[in-house]
Design a protein around this ligand. Structure first.
Ligand code: NAD
Length: 294
């Protein structure tokens, strides 16, 4: 990317048009599934307690289901429920042949360990790719369910025509939900990958050498323009609620005069994540139907 191009302003990596395209195709495919099997692909979101931001996210998922002709329902457990009760609920959903996808809404109450809950989900219904079996498949390069947000960040690059092969990508964040799987997906696309996290020394020293930066730290304004190389491509996964609304992990104002391309927040990765989740739901439903025939 030349200095002239940077002068003209960065390319905006917007997720909505791509999500719209995915949803249009999904609507036909979901309808075909429904008429072949007499029921729509069905997602169940398991929800514990009453965390307000998660409730908003929950409504978005249910709306996504409705938009493409899938069924979405919520199973809500009371705030003080035990890990065992939650696991039992998940097992009941695993055994229900009319349930295709299961998502456990995070964050969970502090006394419920995430691992024990994720492990309980049938990997064939784990449409957000968090079960260790799906994580292992990703690490080894097999097909399995990918964590939707991580997949969305790399899809956004690919579908926006950004070359990944041979380029240096820095991922900021190493969570199992976003950072780590995003790094593995970039590796799958033949990038040279560096993973940074909260204990990384000299974060800016790393990000300044990157052709591509994916940021998933949950820290508003963590990455500024001064930390980026001229013409870099930046995907901002962060969703942070601040007084002025929702902002990402990248300080857009200072980054925009430096980068070649950047995903806005909101409107970048977010819309694509939900569309991809619906794609996974269809795959899970087809798998479920195949199991029923066997
Ligand atoms: P997390 O808290 O599980 O992980 C954050 C990661 O960032 C950790 O690995 C941590 O080491 C790293 N980190 C924190 N502070 C840092 C710092 N100062 N310097 C370098 N690294 C630092 O969060 P998560 O679940 O991975 O989510 C990350 C962000 O992505 C959040 O803002 C979340 O809201 C957002 N998110 C967006 C979507 C979407 O659809 N767009 C989906 C899930 C999460």
């Amino acid at each position: 990317v030349t200095a002239d191009a940077v002068e003209a302003g960065p390319q905006l990596l917007v997720g909505s048009p791509i999500a719209k395209e995915i949803r249009a195709r999904l609507r036909d495919e979901m309808a075909a599934f429904t008429s072949a099997h007499g029921r729509p692909p069905t997602l169940v979101v398991v929800f514990v307690g009453r965390d307000a931001p998660s409730a908003v996210y929950l409504q978005q998922i249910l709306k996504s289901c409705e938009n493409v002709g899938a069924a979405g329902r919520v199973v809500e457990l009371a705030e003080g429920c035990s890990t065992d009760e939650l696991r039992q609920q998940i097992r009941a959903l695993n055994d229900d042949p009319t349930v295709d996808g299961i998502i456990v809404q995070m964050p969970l109450p502090e006394d419920i360990p995430l691992r024990g809950v994720i492990d309980a989900i049938d990997p064939a219904k784990d449409i957000d790719g968090l079960h260790p079996q799906n994580a292992g498949l990703l690490a080894e390069g097999y097909d399995g369910f990918l964590p939707a947000t991580a997949q969305a960040s790399v899809e956004l690059l690919k579908r926006s025509g950004i070359a990944i092969e041979g380029r240096h990508a820095v991922v900021v964040g190493r969570s199992n939900v976003v950072g780590k799987p995003a790094a593995l997906l970039l590796l799958r696309e033949h990038a040279t990958v560096t993973i940074c996290h909260s204990r990384t020394k000299d974060l800016a020293g790393h990000t300044r050498t990157a052709d591509i930066v994916i940021v998933a730290a949950g820290v508003p304004g963590l990455i500024t323009g001064a930390m980026l190389k001229l013409g870099a491509v930046v995907v901002d996964v962060g969703i942070n609620v601040v007084d002025d609304g929702i902002v990402g992990d990248v300080d857009f104002a200072s980054a925009r005069s430096v980068v070649g391309a950047i995903s806005p927040v909101p409107g970048g990765v977010g819309p694509l994540t939900n569309a991809i989740l619906m794609q996974h739901l269809l795959v899970a439903a087809r798998g479920q139907a195949g199991r029923a025939r066997a």
